[in-house]
Design a protein around this ligand. Structure first.
Ligand SMILES: O=P(O)(O)OC[C@H]1O[C@](O)(CO)[C@@H](O)[C@@H]1O
Length: 445
């Protein structure tokens, strides 16, 4: 069976193999702590065994809910922020036709809300939703996050106005905690279909729970294959030797590079469908590792597009970065560059070649240039862009993140720093309970 592969060869001029392999025993130990739940943040390691625990029945239930929504709606609005929407968006965008919005297929279009507090965004979204049959999948683990709560209040009201309370109830699904939070109470009171996010799975590790799987199923993608891919990577990661174990090797190499002053990691792709894999990955690694004044800063670029904007910096800016390239071995479609008898554009030397051959040479040329410019390169290769290998990729990144966070000696499963902006915002908005903080913050203005 073919798996996704990690190649660290082009980072070895910057760290030695010995410096990477120094983490071999430690990373194996951390893998066991994750599996046994004996490390930091062990209340939140439910995702480690999750792929193998998802049952056929769970998947059938999700598909049945997706199908019943599909019968009623043209558009599904996924309301959520952070881990409550990034995984679904990453997978949906990776698998969708780039131009689905211009030639709709039999599946509903998935839109997103609650991931910002922009009045213009919500106004324009509601204008669109007035004219279409829509449903809502509202997702919040805590059930109390302000951004999605505002969006849900507005869109629920609009939906009830459009189709009446009874029909709206059939079109709303809530995914939240089993018993706690405002969303749970609301869902129970309104009698919505609900799915549970387990207590032991944090938002950014939740893409393989209903949080990711339901919106992915509604968009028409094969969630069984996605889960199968994650299971395959779960099984492989337990058994593979260190030098063939992508998750352990990735965790070790990035920590070896970090120890050499490489404090920024840029995740690069050569296929625009992977843009939101980068966004998902940034939350996963940023929230997991950026704490106690430590952590690699996760950034991302879409290439070759960003070679014409960020390329200059990557090539010649501060030498504190390394790059991890996601490459798809074989494209899903075939386009050949045609011969042109006038050859005014001087492109005939490419005639007969696949566009992807050019893309691959751009990738290789860039990788060599960046290495020459002092940027260590790692390369992750997916045989194809499909549900199975995306499932492998997602689980690979999650597992590597847990191990990497433990090597860094932080709790990769909390995010205490996110509260700071929330408390200030609540104080500024004079939320009940924040009277003291309100007074104090206003003195600073
Ligand atoms: O699902 P919730 O509880 O609304 O949280 C959304 C996001 O907010 C955070 O708690 C903080 O950003 C993330 O960890 C999480 O993914």
């Amino acid at each position: 069976m073919e798996h996704i592969k990690l190649d660290i060869e082009k980072s070895l001029g910057f760290v030695t193999k010995k410096e990477v392999f120094k983490f071999e025993e430690e990373s194996k130990k951390h893998l066991i702590s994750l599996q046994k739940g004996t490390g930091k943040g062990n209340d939140y390691v439910g995702w480690v065994e999750l792929p193998s625990q998802i049952s056929e029945k769970d998947l059938n239930d999700l598909e049945a809910t997706a199908n019943s929504l599909k019968e009623r709606i043209e558009v599904l609005v996924v309301i959520g922020i952070g881990g409550s929407y990034l995984g679904a968006k990453a997978v949906n965008d990776a698998l969708a036709n780039n131009f689905d919005h211009l030639s709709p297929n039999e599946n509903p279009i998935v839109l997103y809300a609650g991931q910002n507090i922009s009045e213009d965004y919500l106004f324009e979204l509601m204008q669109v939703l007035k004219e279409v049959e829509f449903g809502i999948c509202v997702i919040s683990k805590s059930g109390t996050t302000t951004e999605p709560a505002i969006a849900f209040r507005l869109l629920k009201e609009l939906l009830e106005k459009n189709v009446g309370k009874e029909e709206a109830r059939e079109r709303i699904v809530a995914i939240t905690d089993e018993s706690k939070g405002a969303l749970r109470s609301l869902a129970e009171q309104e009698n919505y279909k609900t799915f549970v996010i387990s207590d032991n799975v944090g938002g950014r590790y939740s893409v393989l729970t209903p949080v990711g799987l339901l919106p992915i199923a509604v968009a028409g993608h094969n969630i069984k294959e996605l889960v199968k891919g994650a299971q395959s990577m779960q099984n492989y990661s337990v058994a593979a030797a260190f030098d063939e174990n992508p998750a352990l090797l990735y965790a070790a190499t990035r920590n070896a590079l970090y120890a050499k002053g490489k404090g920024i990691e840029i995740l690069a792709n050569y296929n625009p469908k992977l843009h939101n894999i980068g966004e998902w990955w940034k939350q996963l690694y940023g929230e997991s590792e950026g704490k106690e004044n430590k952590g690699i800063f996760p950034a991302s670029v879409d290439l070759t597009s960003d070679l014409h904007s960020m390329g200059q910096y990557i090539q010649e800016g501060q030498r504190n970065i390394f790059e991890t390239v996601i490459s798809i071995a074989q494209s899903n479609h075939s386009v050949l560059i045609p011969e042109d008898k006038n050859n005014l554009d001087k492109l005939n030397y490419l005639a007969g070649k696949h566009v992807d051959q050019v893309n691959k040479m751009a990738e290789l040329g860039t990788q060599l240039a960046h290495v020459d410019g002092g940027v260590p390169n790692l390369r992750i290769e997916l045989p194809r862009l499909n549900e199975f290998y995306l499932g492998e990729l997602l689980y690979f990144f999650e597992l590597a993140c847990g191990v990497s966070g433990y090597i860094l000696d932080v709790n990769p499963f909390d995010q205490p720093g996110v509260e700071a902006y929330k408390s200030n915002m609540f104080a500024l908005l004079e939320k009940p309970g924040f009277e003291e903080a309100s007074k104090k913050i206003k003195e600073r203005l």
